[in-house]
Design a protein around this ligand. Structure first.
Ligand code: ZN
Length: 259
């Protein structure tokens, strides 16, 4: 058995070496866009047996903004405009996988969330077939909940790992929009949530600091506040953050429970 394991290990090493050679040849022949296997400075290769695949730490939910699923599929699978997602969920609840979960799909663009400056590298992207004006059908939300549960189980994701595109790119995105049922998701453990009565923030509570503690990028505070409102209080219309929004930010930030 040990001999077999060694032979298996050797064959895996040979396969890895073949892959590296193939990539190097491909890189030599064309502009190389493959993710580097390692540094190009001189090193000695001594492989360890102790590793597994990197795991996504976020799930980003989008709407396609397309009129039909066929339009969205065309956009998400053709070379131009160079966008994709790991999954597309059609209005009837059927799920199409477009990108291997181990690969970096191009769905978040320039985005930030918490310490993540490369959301595409850190996340699974899910597109919902929706034009941005129509309520999400229950069959589509049921399929989303099933997919999220599967991702949560396999990657051991906390509730806070589930966010919207507008949350991670508030200065340029609004999806999945005001009609997306965040409360329903939160009831199943996907996405942070707070229900009243909210803890009362102190008089000197810093609204922007609270948003940053949740994960938001606040370099453009007005758009960040708009994205927060879209997610947590889409019925608010006040020109300034309302008392409820301040209390919500305080609750969601975790600062309320800090010593
Ligand atoms: Zn999006």
């Amino acid at each position: 058995m040990a001999g077999h394991r060694r032979a298996g290990g050797l064959s895996r090493l040979r396969a890895a070496a073949r892959l590296a050679t193939t990539l190097l040849v491909a890189c030599a022949l064309a502009a190389c866009s493959a993710w580097p296997l390692g540094t190009s400075i001189p090193t000695r290769w001594q492989p360890s047996a102790n590793f597994d695949q990197r795991r996504p730490t976020l799930v980003v939910i989008h709407y396609t903004g397309s009129e039909t699923a066929a339009d969205a599929l065309r956009t998400l699978t053709t070379a131009t405009p160079a966008v994709s997602a790991h999954y597309l969920i059609v209005r009837d609840g059927s799920i199409v996988q477009l990108v291997d979960e181990r690969a970096r799909a191009w769905h978040a663009g320039e985005s930030r969330w918490g310490a993540s400056f490369d959301v595409n590298s850190d996340s699974i992207g899910i597109e919902l077939d929706n034009d941005g004006r129509t309520p999400y059908p229950q069959a589509q939300i049921d399929a989303l909940l099933a997919l999220l549960a599967d991702l949560q189980r396999r990657y051991r994701l906390p509730a806070a790992a589930f966010v919207g595109h507008a949350d991670v790119a508030p200065w340029r995105k609004v999806d999945p929009g005001p009609l997306f049922p965040w409360r329903t998701l939160a009831a199943s453990g996907f996405g942070q949530w707070c229900d009243p009565p909210y803890p009362e923030p102190p008089p000197d509570f810093d609204f922007a600091l609270g948003l940053r503690a949740i994960g938001y990028d606040t370099r453009q505070l007005d758009s960040t506040w708009a994205a927060f409102r879209l997610h947590y209080a889409p019925d608010e219309t006040a020109a300034e953050p309302s008392e409820r929004e301040r209390a919500l930010v305080y609750c969601l930030s975790g600062l309320a429970s800090s010593p």
